[in-house]
Design a protein around this ligand. Sequence first.
Ligand code: HEM
Ligand SMILES: *[C@@H]1O[C@H](CO)[C@@H](O)[C@H](O)[C@H]1NC(C)=O
Ligand SMILES: *[C@@H]1O[C@H](CO)[C@@H](O)[C@H](O)[C@H]1NC(C)=O
Ligand SMILES: *[C@@H]1O[C@H](CO)[C@@H](O)[C@H](O)[C@H]1NC(C)=O
Length: 334
Amino acid sequence: MKGTSNTFNAFSSLIIIIIMTFLGLCLVARSQLTADFYVKTCPNVAKIVRRGVQSAMRNEMRMGGSLIRLHFHDCFVNGCDASLLLDGSGGEKFAAPNLNSARGFEVIDAIKSSVESECSGVVSCADILAIAARDSVVLSGGPTWKVLLGRRDGLVANQAGANSSLPSPFDTLEVIINKFVNVGLNVTDVVSLSGSHTFGFARCATFSNRLFNFNQTGSQDVTLESTMASELQRLCPQVNGDVNKIAPLDRNSVDLFDNHYFKNLIDNKGLLGSDQILYSSETAATTTRSLVEIYSNDVNLFFTDFVNSMIKMADISPLTGSAGEIRKNCRVAN
Ligand code: HEM
Ligand SMILES: *[C@@H]1O[C@H](CO)[C@@H](O)[C@H](O)[C@H]1NC(C)=O
Ligand SMILES: *[C@@H]1O[C@H](CO)[C@@H](O)[C@H](O)[C@H]1NC(C)=O
Ligand SMILES: *[C@@H]1O[C@H](CO)[C@@H](O)[C@H](O)[C@H]1NC(C)=O
């Protein structure tokens, strides 16, 4: 009897250890960020950020798009650690995808200084970017969500990482999908997050390759609608053009966060090559095309998926606990 009981005890202890280990692994794998991270230490942080984004967008509606893009370009390089915001010649700001392109740094500075004057040394620049990204969507008519918080700021920038990890408008769909997979995102995230191109603008430099001699064909990209192509050719002439002239990413509802971006793709009216290939490329047929069609018909599903993908993107390798620091000035490590 005693023997059986001992065996039973050993067996049940083993089971308990296995269960605890499994639960522990689940906890480690799950995000350490929380929605109420600043509830005690900076209870008004959400209001302060909202006010800053609102005032910037009142001044220039486009700033909404610019701010969400800062968060995206931050998260894809060294995780969401505000590394993009660091000044200096080796900074991510000078990497190819950001140079003459990433904007809104002064808006983040202004918000950071308002936050510092209410609760000094408490709120990270990485968290401010995440809240500002959400607010820019809400203030443009898109969905809202609870932003998970508790990120800390990185100490170094990674210019080489910004050059190689950020998707380019000239990438193939395979390459874009790979760049998302490399940071833990999937095909659904590629399509839903590309829906951010429902607002904001792009420079001629990023799409003029489609207008005159696309892929050495001697003519425009056949997946670009011809009236739109003519307009863009006038904006971005082949000779003596200004590569910094801009066109709206969603010409149908320029500043509004809606699902018109996806309807555009079905009409061959995507602005960037990287937009149109989500619908038109051969790879799209087995990966992204069906989702483009679904989102174009169902704004609610687009919003639901977009929110889930934003939360996933905002959780790429955050620094937590005592890693990194809370920067005083978003442009320099303390
Ligand atoms: C899927 C791969 C993506 C590619 C290849 C891409 C590429 C680009 C390019 C080339 C521009 C124009 C930049 C310029 O003119 O200098 C742009 C703008 C923009 N992108 Fe993306 N992007 C991608 C995904 C995303 C994601 C995931 C988001 C947000 C979550 C995003 C948000 C934006 C916004 C809002 C703008 C307009 C910014 C402004 O007006 O200042 N993009 N993107
Ligand atoms: C990143 O790209 C830019 C622009 O093409 C280039 O000047 C810079 O040297 C690159 N940086 C690194 C570290 O590869
Ligand atoms: C992408 O990941 C989400 C969960 O994060 C999941 O619901 C979705 O089905 C995945 N999509 C694909 C195409 O694997
Ligand atoms: C460009 O042309 C090459 C060779 O003709 C072809 O294999 C490739 O698919 C084309 N790329 C695009 C984006 O049309």
